[in-house]
Write a protein that binds this ligand. Structure first.
Ligand code: SAH
Ligand code: SF4
Length: 407
């Protein structure tokens, strides 16, 4: 680990602590229907609901408060009634890591869904860049798909996140970045000092396959993009899929999100091995769904992700085949250096090979940015924090601490 990285581990973020019966239900992440139900349960009459919902919405999603008592324009009695019945708690951060390049990663501990079930860990990564800040969120615990280069796919436990669990990832990140109106960020601030927001973009590129959890993803997106609240517009939200073809039209119709496709190969033979879902939905069907995606014009080009794997998909012929496959389609091609994990059989392509690949794509008329590896010192790539945490848990089992520096 790098000397300058900051790690804090909350050994008390235990599932046992989280599953206690005394814990009040949290309204953080709720949509307006959820707020209506909560308000009704504490006695708010139907005629006052609309106004009260808008008040709560503003405090929860625009201001980011986590205490009902701070909602100064809400009647005092109602604030107290809400505080007695509910909380605005976010999932606890079990591990927080800050990279030397400003990338931040949070491991959030979600409670089990039923009595006796252990808690689940999910991760969420913030990547600051010049003029923008991207939050990478998870849509599932683990993933049912088993792409050969992806560590998330090796995790046995899988469940869909709820919409609230997706929304609270954004809230936790905003809390930690002090990215709510009126808060002043400290010296570690990386992005806008001009009054702009830290998190400007969201990508569903964390753990899980978002199109296998589309109901929750689109409900979460409605809350995240709501202009009276978190206010991150739909065109700044990108959903990445390994290619669940039948769900692509619905994603477009229901959410208007930007689309990213994990293509990674130029023949069905190779893609069958890398992304096993290809056996069900081969490349031609996938690209036909992309061509029909609403708004797939130049302004809203689809991104094709291509992980560079040594001697697997990185030849000049692959680059030329990729150009032929995308011929005539507005596209961005994102070359991703493979991020290795313990036990993987893949290697990242050599740098000159990646450069040559990129040049061929560029000469073919497409931008082909190579995704700069970010947060390497904190393993800020898919599914990697969990494995580090598993090691930490074993190492620290007998010496509970509330915060520790592991550098
Ligand atoms: N399930 C979705 C979204 C999550 S994965 C999907 O597959 O698109 C987000 C991106 O990270 C995908 O393009 C995925 O292929 C890529 N990825 C996964 N493991 C990786 C690794 N070890 N190195 C580099 N990219 C990886
Ligand atoms: Fe799942 Fe995406 Fe990883 Fe494939 S790359 S195993 S679809 S998370």
């Amino acid at each position: 680990m790098h000397e300058d990285m900051i790690v804090s581990v909350d050994m008390d973020a235990s599932p046992a602590r989280l599953s206690g019966a005394a814990i009040k239900p949290s309204l953080a992440g709720c949509d307006r229907d959820g707020l209506a139900a909560a308000l009704t349960s504490v006695g708010v009459p139907a005629r006052a609901l609309k106004m009260r919902i808008e008040q709560l919405w503003h405090w929860i999603y625009h201001r980011g408060v986590s205490d009902f008592l701070a909602m100064s324009n809400v009647a005092k009695d109602l604030r107290v009634a809400l505080a007695n019945a509910f909380s605005l708690a976010r999932p606890p951060v079990a591990v927080r890591q800050v990279s030397v390049d400003g990338t931040r990663k949070w491991l959030l501990r979600l409670p089990g869904r039923f009595a006796g079930e252990v808690g689940h860990d999910i991760e969420c990564v913030y990547i600051p860049e010049e003029g923008r800040g991207t939050l990478c969120v998870s849509s599932q615990v683990g993933c049912t798909l088993t792409c050969s280069f992806c560590h998330t796919g090796t995790q046995k436990l899988v469940r869909n996140l709820t919409a609230a669990e997706i929304v609270t990832q954004v809230m936790v990140a905003r809390d930690d970045l002090l990215d709510w109106p009126g808060l002043v960020a400290g010296d570690e601030a990386i992005v806008p000092r001009d009054g702009g927001r830290y998190i400007t973009n969201i990508v569903f590129m964390g753990m899980g396959e978002p199109l296998y959890n589309l109901d929750a993803v689109s409900e979460a997106m409605a809350t995240i993009s709501d202009g009276e609240g978190l206010s991150i517009g739909r065109r700044r939200i990108t959903v990445s899929t390994s290619g669940v073809v039948p769900m692509i039209p619905r994603l477009g119709a229901d959410t208007g999100a930007m689309l990213a496709i994990s293509l990674h190969a130029t023949t069905d033979e190779v893609r069958d091995r890398l992304v096993p879902l290809n056996r069900k939905y081969p490349i031609a069907e996938l690209l036909a769904a992309c061509a029909a995606y609403p708004g797939a014009s130049n302004a809203r080009r689809i991104t094709y992700e291509y992980v560079m794997l040594k001697d697997v998909n990185d030849s000049p012929e692959d680059a030329r085949r990729l150009l032929r496959l995308l011929d005539g389609m507005p596209a961005k091609i994102n070359l991703i250096p493979f991020n290795p994990w313990p036990g993987t059989l893949h290697q990242c392509s050599d740098w000159p090979t990646i450069e040559r690949f990129s040049e061929i794509i560029f000469a073919g008329g497409y931008a082909s940015p190579v995704r700069t590896p970010r947060g390497r010192d904190i393993l800020a790539a898919c599914g990697q924090l969990r494995s580090e945490t598993a090691k930490l848990k074993i190492a620290d089992r007998h010496q509970p601490v509330s915060a520790t520096s592991l550098s």
